[in-house]
Ligand binder design. Structure first.
Ligand code: NAD
Ligand code: UDP
Length: 336
């Protein structure tokens, strides 16, 4: 099949493209490179021996989208393009709703016009909000606490309404927990433009000397060591989850799956594992709690296991080792 991957040059998208190409699919990437680099396309080709087609452009351009879908006869779309920084979303709500909600709407409209009705959507555990119980399962109430999470939930709602109107669609909503790590080759990994916001890329940059220190946002949470606990998932496992979801798109329907490991680690767990793997000290200080942060959350990923036959296989050591390998091989990221 030919799969259109929006945001395919980004962190998660590039790993999905590798998995798809290795499974024998053809891949077309749409990306505007607002948070990625064209070099990624060469790296994907170096890993897989196959070069994805690149259609440089923006998901808010319906005419462009329809033309790409028709020109390359795409059978399904995996939609990752979007803005993803929780903190930034509070200051730039219009940009987030424009890119994440309007962009997704344009994509669904272009797909309808091109009669392509298989769609996998990158959602997030952020849609659940403050835990009513843990682990979160897919039936947990949805009450995102920030603009980013609300923009994702709006797209989920649009998909549900579209499916109710036309059950010919085949939809998979994948709610990711905390993706980390890199491809085992060290050729692709996480290299956002500007300052990273997430824990693991900051730790990798501190270990590599690209950044001076990590600030731990709060050590007074009601957890064993006082720091926040998250369900980290290796990006290669996450990518394989998309391949599994794609195989199940053959049947029409709307399905929602948590993609996580199902066990949480604290900030100190990650720091200590990274120090052990890299043999470098991680310089840190303790700051105040970050606004909107939750003490702890993790996934019940039983639905993905039961229905998709998928479960995460790689452990925290493997996540840190692959993250460190990417940092060592690309000390200044893709531009170095
Ligand atoms: P990323 O920023 O590395 O990738 C997104 C890609 O989309 C980038 O290459 C960017 O250039 C592109 N893009 C952005 N806006 C675009 C537009 N209007 N038109 C075309 N291309 C555009 O982010 P990522 O970490 O790979 O995340 C991918 C998806 O997964 C996002 O939708 C994100 O919200 C979701 N997600 C990410 C995480 C995470 O922690 N990384 C967690 C849950 C969900
Ligand atoms: N964190 C931290 N310092 C940082 C970035 C993150 O202490 O510079 C903590 C954060 O408070 C949370 C965990 O690391 O407990 C994971 O944060 P991240 O932003 O990676 O994921 P999210 O909070 O969005 O799940």
């Amino acid at each position: 099949m030919t799969i259109l991957v929006t945001g395919g040059a980004g962190y998660i998208g590039s790993h999905i493209c590798v998995s798809l190409l290795l499974q024998g699919h053809s891949v077309v990437i749409i990306d505007n490179f607002s948070n990625s680099y064209a070099e990624v396309i060469e790296r994907i080709a170096a890993i897989t021996g196959k070069k994805p087609v690149l259609a440089k452009g923006d998901i808010r351009d319906r005419t462009f989208l329809k033309s790409v879908l028709e020109t390359y006869k795409c059978s399904a779309v995996i939609h990752l393009a979007g803005l993803k920084a929780v903190g930034e979303s509070a200051h730039r709500p219009l940009d987030y709703y424009d890119c994440n909600v309007y962009g997704s709407l344009c994509l669904l409209q272009a797909m309808q016009a091109a009669n392509v009705k298989k769609f996998i959507f990158s959602s997030t555990a952020t849609v659940y909000g403050v835990p009513q119980y843990l682990p979160y399962d897919e039936k947990h109430p949805l009450a995102p606490e920030n603009v980013y999470g609300r923009s994702k939930l709006m797209v989920e709602t649009i998909m549900a309404d579209l499916y109710a109107a036309d059950p010919g669609w085949s939809f998979s909503i994948l709610r990711y927990f905390n993706p980390v790590g890199a491809h085992e080759s060290g050729l692709i990994g996480e290299d956002p433009r500007g300052h990273p916001n997430n824990l693991m890329p900051i730790i990798a940059q501190v270990a590599g000397g690209r950044r001076e220190k990590l600030t731990i946002w709060g050590n007074d949470y009601p957890t064993a060591d006082g720091t926040g606990r998250r369900d980290y998932i290796h990006v290669a496992d996450l990518a394989e989850g998309h391949v599994a979801a794609l195989a199940h798109l053959e049947k029409a329907g709307l399905n929602i799956y948590n993609l996580g490991c199902g066990r949480p680690y604290s900030v100190f767990d990650v720091i200590h594992t990274f120090e052990h793997i890299s043999n470098r000290p991680i310089n840190y200080d303790i700051g105040p709690r970050r606004a909107g942060d939750i003490a702890e959350f993790y996934a019940n990923a039983a639905a993905a296991k039961d229905k998709l036959g998928w479960e995460a296989k790689r452990d925290l050591r493997s996540m840190c080792a692959d993250m460190w390998n990417f940092q060592v091989k690309n000390p200044q990221g893709y531009q170095g």
